[in-house]
Ligand binder design. Structure first.
Ligand code: DGJ
Length: 577
């Protein structure tokens, strides 16, 4: 599923900043290992998703969407995440209606946008609310999850081949249609399969079929995967397995234990069982779709909330980080397990998901000024494929968090933080994608209430990013700030920053102090750096106490980022003693 391009890093170094042309320009959008990063490749070019997700049912009304599409283009998005409802796609069994998909593709094309289509099939936020009414009304044919209480809930059981095949047929028909209408143009980049799956209200399905499977052996396919990947399993899973004796085979409870093994992660045998069954169900659907039209497929995850006590408070069996090995084992046709992150500790969550070869794409998060920080961080720190705030059709969700930044008027959405941040990322995209592949990119996100300073290493320098300090009153810092740093060479960097200051220290033997040889502010145009001003004096002075600075091997100068939106600076460093 992930193609590899050997020797790419070297080629990219030569092609620095220049748009890349690829031979394989007719293939469907796909993920490709390019040097140090896994990237989305569209029409032969790597692609960075500057996205936004519509509210769940927005796409069911062309009238509602008519003004939204051009507005999203004006907001500098390049991709819109659009829901596709199984119920509206297959209103009667075997009769398909793709009018809404066609409308979305036509509108996207008119506005030079791409889409990622979300298949709201068997589950949406765990619940089977988007299944057709002929499925809802026939519980005998389409079995549901039963809770410990014996009650059933409006959640299709994963333990039913009838459920899976009904979803699979509709999904395969949808993908067949997509290939027919979009197989050449590639407006659609990826598919999100289902939405935030897992069982709410219990840790496990207790329907008769689920009870029988749970009493039976752990499938050989899963045991084989665990044995093969034993050294790399995430700690929570290997601890549970080891605590139950590290058995190579047995029933679910024999292999993973009979009770809650880890209160903190909520990882219990029930959750592992559900993760396997969701993964298998969805893998077969993903495989059927890929057999027809092989574009990348990802899942999204309702992540664990601080107040949750265990699986079932959050959807049990969803692709949470502590069961991602189970998902990898059960769903090889799913390319990415993605997080939906509305919690403030964004950095921790992206790190948990971007492990064991799981590329990072964030399909849902916030779209305000803090969301812009998230986007820069995901793309710079984790070679993110892209970012997408939820509810993008509602401009009210995008207002600035910063009290002093004010709110943009409803008529001028482009003045809001997200469109401004996306404009910078859009212009910088060739440099970002090139640096991701070269492993020459990083990012820092800081808050006054949390981490106010962080050091990263890139090229021959350690780069320290601090919240911007007031020269006269250094204890005064802004509420948050961020920086994305691209290494152009061992001592030359481009920094995209907001409300931070940046200093440098050599990390290789030799003269210990980094001086600023030249600093420019500027922008990217057509993939090339365009200087707009040569910065000096007050623009770069951080500390007049040169004795103190010299004692700390500092020059006293650095980069300063102020203003009400992220900006770019390019710096060339030299060394002295
Ligand atoms: C997460 C879901 O995945 C979305 O579809 C939507 O329901 C949002 N929550 C609402 O905040």
């Amino acid at each position: 599923m992930i193609k590899s391009t050997p020797g790419l890093a070297a080629a990219l170094t030569l092609a620095l900043c220049a748009p890349l042309v690829w031979a394989d320009s007719n293939s469907a959008p796909h993920l490709e290992r390019r040097g140090a990063a896994t990237q989305l490749v569209v029409d032969g070019h790597p692609f960075l998703v500057l996205g936004g997700e519509l509210a769940n049912t927005a796409s069911s009304s062309a009238e509602y969407m008519a003004p939204v599409w051009p507005r999203l283009a004006r907001m500098n998005l390049n991709t819109v995440l659009v829901g596709v409802s199984w119920a509206l796609t297959e209103p009667a069994e075997g009769r398909y209606d793709f009018t809404l998909v066609d409308q979305a593709l036509a509108s996207a094309r008119q506005n030079r946008l791409h889409v990622i289509l979300i298949w709201f099939g068997s589950w949406k936020n765990g619940i089977s609310s988007f299944v057709p009414d002929w499925v809802k009304e026939n519980q005998a044919r389409f079995p549901r999850v039963r809770l410990r209480s014996g009650k059933s809930i409006e959640v299709l059981s994963t333990l039913s081949a009838v459920n899976r095949d009904a979803d699979l047929r509709a999904y395969a028909a949808f993908m067949r249609h997509l290939r027919a209408v979009d197989g050449e143009q590639h407006t659609t980049l990826m598919i999100q399969l289902e939405n935030e799956v897992g069982i709410l209200g219990d840790a496990r399905d207790r329907s008769p079929a689920a009870e029988a499977a749970f009493a039976g052996p752990v499938p050989d396919a899963l045991m084989g995967y665990l044995a093969r990947h034993g050294d790399h399993l995430r700690p929570a899973l290997s601890q549970v397995w080891e605590a139950a004796g590290g058995k190579p085979a047995g029933t679910w409870q024999e292999v993973f234990g009979a009770e809650t093994a880890d209160k903190k992660t909520g990882l219990v045998t029930d959750e592992i069982f559900m993760a396997w069954n969701y993964a298998r169900y969805m893998d077969q659907i993903a495989a059927a779709g890929k057999a027809v039209y092989p574009i990348p497929v990802f899942t999204n995850t309702w992540i664990i909330q601080p107040e949750d006590k265990g699986a079932g408070d959050y959807p049990s069996g969803g692709p949470e980080p502590h069961v991602l090995d189970i998902w990898r084992a059960g769903a090889p046709h799913i390319d990415i397990n993605a997080p939906d992150i509305y919690l403030p500790n964004f950095a921790e969550w992206v790190a948990r998901f971007n492990q064991n070869g799981n590329p990072l794409f964030v399909p849902e998060s916030r779209g305000d000024a803090g969301g812009v920080a998230n986007a820069f961080y995901a793309i710079g720190r984790h070679q993110g494929i892209g970012y997408s705030p939820f509810g993008i059709d509602n401009p009210g969700r995008l207002v600035a968090l910063r009290p002093d930044a004010g709110e943009a008027g409803p008529g001028d959405v482009t003045a809001q933080p997200l469109p401004r941040g996306y404009a910078l990322l859009r212009d910088m995209t060739p440099a970002i994608l090139d640096a991701q592949a070269r492993g020459a990119i990083s990012a820092v996100a800081l808050t006054a209430a949390g981490r106010q300073s962080e050091e990263i290493a890139l090229g021959d320098f350690n780069i320290k990013v601090d919240l911007r300090r007031n020269l006269r009153n250094p204890s005064q810092v802004p509420p948050f700030g961020y920086a994305l740093v691209v290494g152009l060479g061992p001592s030359e960097f481009v920094v995209a920053g907001f409300d931070v200051q940046v200093t440098f220290a050599p990390n290789t033997p030799g003269a210990p102090i980094a001086g600023l040889a030249r600093v420019e502010s500027g922008r990217y145009a057509d993939g090339r750096w365009v200087p707009t001003r040569v910065l000096n004096g007050d623009d770069i002075l951080l500390n007049y106490h040169l004795d103190e600075a010299a004692a700390a091997n500092q020059s006293g100068s650095g980069l300063k980022f102020m203003g009400d939106a992220p900006t770019l600076q390019r710096v060339k460093l030299y060394r002295y003693r």
